[in-house]
Design a protein around this ligand. Structure first.
Ligand SMILES: [Zn+2]
Length: 648
């Protein structure tokens, strides 16, 4: 018997066994659909029988359940509707891993979450458009992993009724929010929308009617907390979210604000009464008080509240990661900050063991957050992702955090939310269970239970995707297909500088990635459940292959011209050299066309960056132009005649 996440306690019973029949399967499916007993499955909600379970956090009674499977009946006793739902998810896993006619040993399972809130964050702000059906699909699979919070990172990409000037086609609407909330509720998932109320407000402050609220008139990043119109402005935004989302929490951002105190009004205020930390706390407290009046609690990011002089080992202190850091001592805001605000202490690469205890000791509730993707997070976890997931969430549990979540950022150029379910499942298990997973065993169990495949194929494919083509490829790849000088971005590859060792020459890397492409096709066929979640795992591989093809062509040009020079008087050799270059360009065009189609598909299905499609179209035009010049020349033309300057 296997489970995902692993329950707190599994006791094999009296030696009798449970026959798995088509009738039992139908009963389980019916119970899951109706949430009512369907013989031989009995469901009951009895908090009094549950609340004294040893180790059960008092806030998690409603999510706890006891599942007793005997030869005659299967009984799920739960502390609440969520517990019943989770008991049924466990039962589904039990019957799914057997075939009709086989039997399971009688078993008793005692289970509850270690953390009350276990979440995923979806970055819908960075170049994404909203896709309702995809989001429902995400919620379905979250529920199967017993995740119960979906944080929607919106920035300005919501059709705020109070601000029609911000509306654009493809932004999530209030009607969609209401429908999604109802859908999520049926899966015991809560939606937590985020609108940034201080920094990261470009999508809101870039339009003319809102420009006067900027902290720096030349920069749409941040709103001025001293402008008397700013608070009513952000309260209107959060009110729109309160109206549209049936949720206990609204996330108000507050991360990465290096310019606090930039404008003359803010500077005058600082000189008169105080401290940037106080200014920050006053802004947050005003929003939090308003939200409390409306029955909601505020969540905020924690980076501005940790001082890197106090926590040098914390990745995000003093307002964020490298490049965002500020020295304006906002950590002092903790002195004045409303204790009702929940702090999302986010540490993507490394964290200090004491920081969560420190914030807890000051009286704050916490929901710490990590980025669980080494590739998507260029500053990546230094000791590997499994080490980071386990340590971080274990620290969250030990600190008494009310929840935690894992984040995804900037999904474009081959980064796809659905390619991350392995990381999500690891996070889900660590947030739910007291048990600690072992990487290899987890991969096997995940593939078996989540995708219904016999072999642990996903971790293998995941590694193939993560073999990095370029150091920091996350930052370079978005520029890959820029019309102007697409080759310019590539410096010489610095092999060996990445934690996952690159393999050598561009040709070797292409070969490796192509093998993973073959593996991907096989893997999709092996999945008997949720195979559609694997549909886009080829895309990051194809992006890397295209990048390496560009390298390969550039590296080949010099050699081909040198060969042509040695055989200057031989027209046949000149023609062969020209044809070799044409062949290289044709290969690039095939790959680029394939990617164009894949990007179009991602845009339609998931709402991934539509610009990816446009960029790949423009790149094809560039290649076509190069090809024509080369093909119509009588013999091998000078480099400058056909290829862009940065390539020649
Ligand atoms: Zn200001």
């Amino acid at each position: 018997m296997q489970f995902l996440p692993v329950p707190q306690e599994v006791c094999v019973g009296d030696g009798s066994s449970v026959q798995v029949t088509a009738k039992l399967r139908a009963a389980v499916a019916k119970a899951l659909e109706t949430r009512e007993s369907a013989a031989p499955v009995r469901l009951k909600i009895e908090p009094a029988e549950i609340e004294d379970l040893p180790g059960l956090p008092p806030t998690c009674v409603g999510q706890a359940y006891v599942l007793d499977a005997t030869a005659k009946t299967i009984t799920i006793t739960a502390g609440g509707a969520a517990g019943l739902f989770y008991g049924l998810q466990t039962l589904v896993q039990l019957v799914d891993q057997t075939q009709d006619g086989t039997s399971l040993p009688a078993v008793s399972i005692v289970d509850y979450p270690a953390l009350q809130w276990r979440g995923l964050q979806y970055d819908l702000a960075r170049r994404m458009v909203y896709r309702h059906e995809h989001m429902k699909d995400v919620i379905r699979h979250m529920a199967a992993l017993k995740l119960n919070m979906l944080h929607l990172y919106l920035e300005g990409r919501f059709s705020f009724p109070s601000h029609p000037e911000l509306h654009q086609p493809g932004w999530m609407t209030p009607a969609e929010a209401r429908d999604l909330c109802a859908f999520a509720k049926a899966h015991h998932v809560v939606l937590v929308p985020e609108v940034n109320c201080l920094g990261h407000m470009e999508q809101i402050l870039h339009v003319d009617p809102n420009k006067h609220l900027r902290e720096d008139p030349a920069d749409s990043y941040m709103i001025c907390p001293s402008n008397p119109q700013s608070l009513p402005f952000v309260l209107a935004l959060v009110d729109d979210l309160v109206d549209a989302f049936d949720t206990p929490y609204i996330h108000i951002g507050m991360d990465e604000v290096p310019k606090l105190g930039f404008c003359s009004a803010c500077r005058a205020r600082l000189q008169k009464d105080g401290h940037p930390g106080k200014m920050l706390a006053e802004h947050i407290n005003a929003i939090a008080a308003h939200l409390r009046q409306r029955g909601r609690r505020s969540l905020m990011w924690g980076d501005m509240l940790l001082d890197s002089m106090q926590f040098p080992g914390a990745h995000a202190a003093n307002g964020g990661v490298t490049g965002w850091g500020s020295l304006n001592y906002t950590a002092k805001a903790l002195e004045w900050l409303d204790r009702d605000v929940v702090i999302c202490d986010w540490q993507y690469a490394h964290f200090s063991p004491d920081e969560m205890d420190y914030l807890r000791a000051l009286g704050f509730d916490l929901m710490p957050a990590i980025d669980s993707d080494e590739r998507g997070c260029p500053w990546g976890p230094v000791r590997g992702i499994d080490f980071h997931i386990r340590n971080f969430f274990d620290a969250a549990k030990e600190s008494g955090a009310i929840g935690a979540f894992t984040t995804t950022w900037s999904l474009h150029m081959g980064e796809v939310f659905n390619n991350r379910w392995l990381d999500f499942a690891k996070s889900a298990e660590t947030m739910w269970s007291r048990h600690s997973y072992e990487s290899e065993e987890f991969g096997q169990r995940f593939c078996s239970l989540f995708f219904g495949m016999d072999e642990a194929l996903i971790p293998y494919l995941d590694t193939g995707i993560k073999i990095d083509v370029l150091p920091n490829s996350m930052r370079l790849v978005p520029y890959l297909l820029k019309l102007d000088q697409p080759w310019r971005i590539f410096g010489p590859p610095q092999w060996g500088s990445d934690p996952i060792k690159p393999l050598g020459s561009p040709a070797q890397l292409i070969a490796a990635k192509e093998q993973y492409l073959v593996q991907w096709r096989k893997t999709v066929k092996c999945a008997s459940r949720r195979a559609h979640l694997l549909d886009a795992m080829d895309v990051p591989l194809r992006v890397d292959i295209l990048a390496m093809r560009m390298f390969h062509l550039r590296a080949s040009i010099a050699g081909i011209y040198s060969h042509a020079e040695k055989h200057a008087g031989e027209p046949l050799v000149q023609a062969w050299c020209r044809d070799a270059l044409l062949t290289g360009i044709d290969g690039l065009m095939r790959d680029a066309e394939c990617l164009r189609r894949r990007f179009a598909c991602l845009y339609e299905t998931f709402g991934n960056d539509g610009e990816d499609v446009v960029k790949s179209e423009r790149f094809l035009v560039v290649l076509q132009g190069m090809r024509e010049k080369l093909a119509t020349a009588e013999k091998l033309p000078p480099k400058a005649d056909w290829c862009p300057a940065e390539l020649a």
